[in-house]
Write a protein that binds this ligand. Structure first.
Ligand SMILES: [Zn+2]
Length: 251
């Protein structure tokens, strides 16, 4: 059985053309959002219009959060407020955030100044009023909406994970933000299809490093996290498009 994902963003932290790199997985038990960038409502609406998938904040109960850079998490404020309001403050309606312990530990530090005011009573709000946070442990497979998700810490200035997501038949590799790291690419190379970041600066992966990978591996790599003026002619690996549905099939 193929696995499908809808690309919602392919941009980087400084993009003025795209949304932050993100996607929605069509999992057996619902939609799973990988990262939650700025303007999440607009990113989902545009992807919905392009694909016909009925994706919107109220239809997504699981978010995998790779790290706390804003271009990957700034949408969590709007997402959390919207869900809490439309969920009528019912704890059972809370979306789940799946992330690593060091990210979970500082998540509220990031969100609290905007979200900790009392909501319906005199008590200050807490992270748990908005989200059900589930810890994923790199090296230990997690079950998320019927998918098996493995994670691995990348080379990035803050704790960040890459992902291997399997439905039992096919596997998607998702690099997450990372400097070029042959061991990370080796770990991802089991996957049938790999979405790899590319960008400038020493905390990201330069296209020259990916261009030097073996033909067979490059053929399975699609690119995201591009700079706005990325030249697609500089590589034979295809840059993903926002609104595109990617089908992961057995290689
Ligand atoms: Zn980052």
């Amino acid at each position: 059985m193929a696995m499908r994902l809808l690309i919602t963003g392919i941009g980087d932290a400084f993009t003025s053309r795209h949304f932050g790199s993100s996607a929605v997985l069509d999992a057996p038990e619902g939609y799973v959002l990988i990262d939650c960038p700025d303007l999440i409502n607009r990113a989902l609406r545009e992807a919905k219009e392009a694909s016909g998938w009925p994706v919107e904040v109220r239809a997504i109960d699981d978010i995998i959060l790779t790290h706390l850079h804003g271009d990957h998490c700034n949408g969590l404020e709007a997402f959390g407020f919207l869900r809490r309001i439309f969920g009528q403050n019912d704890p059972a309606q809370r979306p789940r955030i799946h992330t690593t312990a060091p990210v979970a530990e500082r998540l509220w530090e990031r969100l609290a100044p905007a979200m900790d005011a009392p909501f319906t009573d005199a008590e200050n709000s807490t992270l748990e009023d908005y989200y059900d946070v589930r810890i994923i442990e790199p090296g230990t497979p997690a079950s998320i909406a019927g998918l098996t998700v493995e994670s691995r810490f990348t080379k990035h200035p803050v704790p960040t994970i890459g992902l291997r997501v399997s439905n039992g038949e096919v596997t998607l590799g998702w690099s997450g933000d990372t400097a070029y790291d042959p061991r990370h690419i080796e770990w991802l190379s089991d996957a049938d299809l790999i979405v790899h970041e590319v960008n400038i600066s020493n905390v990201h992966t330069p296209i020259s490093s990916l261009n030097a990978l073996p033909d067979e591996l490059r053929a399975r790599i699609r690119l995201n996290h591009i700079v706005d003026d990325f030249d697609p002619a500089c590589t034979d690996m295809r840059v993903l498009a926002e609104g595109e549905v990617v089908e992961v099939v057995k290689r």
